[in-house]
Design a protein around this ligand. Structure first.
Ligand SMILES: [Zn+2]
Length: 451
């Protein structure tokens, strides 16, 4: 990984700021903000303290006691609308089985280890430091740069981004936002890509329900609720839904196809043909990559919870499964429902429990171009590429506020480390050099775009 380039630029971020960003990241990882269970207040206060050192005036805003959001604005001339930097302060619970303590922020083998290292306290530390550096520099910016550090992203954003947009829309309103997920190195066939999130899938959480005759366990029924539901769940789990050609994935594969050329690029480009995509994915040796491609080419459903009966000798009359459905942009879940109904048949009833739309932003904007240029200044062989994330982020809330949201929280990753596998996993960690590289690239991108 080349890191020299950004350091060599005359207007590059002074090393002292990069050191401070790293210290702040370590402090934030040591503050347990597990959600559910924790609170964001101490982490927000720690960031506020940093911002005040450069004369900034952070606001701490709470929907509920200690579930703290931080908003801070660095004023520009107002010639152009604001740019928002955003990161969530909460993390998912650490769980057991870590090689190093999850709230220790210890450095081993060139990595800083801990829950939140990449999801996403690194971006909180980088964004705070970017704002401080711009304030210290005192150069007149053409855009306000707003920082929003949010609570509660890992439980659905209700006390965080959603609440901020509902209650304080004007404080966080911006033309563009930079948050998770994107800007990390994706090594593909010897080339380095930097995916920038322009879209995220929607959510369709469902309960599947089957009914049948109750009775004594000694007298089996041919059609039981458990039998019907189990057969349907088995089908859902083993049958991929139809493949599509979603625009963000088309844009991603087009860049990959052109960059890699024959034969690898052509093979990956053929993923856009719904009929042959399943066969290409089945042949990919990298199973994690195959899973990711599948998720951005099709609506998906994972059966996650099963409920039926509570006594071994009683045949229950009702069996239920919870299904985690994720929808491609443009269909608002109806397409997935139709695909799923065709699969489970008429005997299983499907009830929609929660529906959130997908988010999609254009990739042909001045900010996307500026991010691509910042990536190339940081890594001359790096290629920025638009992509869609299968998961769910604060992007939905901020997009609702009229903001074009990109996932760009840059991290330089060495080959062999897969970003997606660090998420919500044990042994979450960030390469120290890759973090320091990302700090410079983010500062460079914001400074050149807002300046
Ligand atoms: Zn996250």
């Amino acid at each position: 990984m080349r890191v020299a380039m950004a350091e060599a630029r005359p207007e590059a971020l002074p090393a002292s700021f990069v050191d401070e960003a790293q210290r702040l990241l370590a402090d934030l990882v040591r503050i347990d903000t597990s959600n559910p269970g924790g609170c964001e207040r101490p982490a927000a206060e720690r960031c506020a303290e940093e911002l005040r050192r450069d004369g900034l005036e952070p606001l701490l805003l709470e929907a509920r006691k200690d579930r703290t959001n931080l908003v801070c604005r660095l004023r520009g001339s107002g010639d152009l609308p604001p740019l928002l930097l955003t990161a969530h302060l909460d993390v998912v619970p650490a769980g057991a089985g870590w090689s190093h303590p999850p709230f220790g922020a210890e450095i081993h083998d060139g990595f800083l280890w801990g829950r939140g290292a990449v999801d996403m306290k690194h971006h909180a530390a980088m964004s705070v430091t970017t704002l401080r550096a711009l304030a210290r520099e005192g150069r007149r910016l053409r855009r306000d740069v707003i920082l929003a550090l949010t609570a509660d992203e890992e439980s659905g954003c209700d006390l965080g981004a959603t609440w901020l947009v509902d209650e304080h829309a004007e404080k966080v309103h911006a033309e563009y936002a930079l948050g998770e997920v994107g800007g990390f190195t994706l090594h593909l066939e010897g080339r380095r890509f930097y995916p920038i999130q322009i879209a995220q899938k929607g959510v369709l959480w469902l309960t599947a329900r089957a009914k049948g005759e109750c009775g004594h366990g000694s007298m089996p029924r041919q059609k039981s609720a458990v039998g019907t539901l189990a057969a349907a769940v088995a089908k859902v789990a083993s049958t991929p839904l139809p493949f599509h050609r979603p625009e963000p994935t088309r844009a991603f594969l087009e860049v990959v196809r052109q960059t890699l050329g024959f034969p690898k690029g052509i093979a990956l480009g053929a993923l856009l043909q719904p009929k042959i995509a399943p066969r290409i994915l089945a042949a990919l040796p990298d199973r994690a990559l195959a899973r990711t491609f599948h998720a951005v080419l099709a609506n998906t459903v994972s059966p996650t919870v099963l409920r039926a009966g509570d006594k071994v000798n009683v045949i229950p009359g009702l069996a239920e499964a919870e299904l985690d459905g994720r929808t491609l942009p443009g269909s608002d879940g109806e397409k997935l429902l139709a695909e799923l109904r065709a699969l489970v048949g008429p005997e299983v009833e499907l009830e929609v429990r929660r529906r959130l739309p997908a988010v999609e932003a254009p990739a042909d904007t001045p900010l996307f171009t500026a991010l691509g240029e910042a990536v190339r200044r940081g890594d001359p062989d790096g290629i920025a590429v638009p992509y869609m994330v299968p998961g769910f982020t604060d992007a939905l809330a901020f997009s609702r506020n009229g903001t074009t949201y990109y996932g760009f929280a840059p991290v330089g990753l060495p080959p062999g480390i897969k970003f997606a596998e660090l998420y919500h996993n044990v042994d979450e960690r960030i390469p120290v050099e890759g973090f320091r590289w990302g700090m410079r690239v983010l500062h460079d991108a914001v400074r050149s775009f807002a300046g």
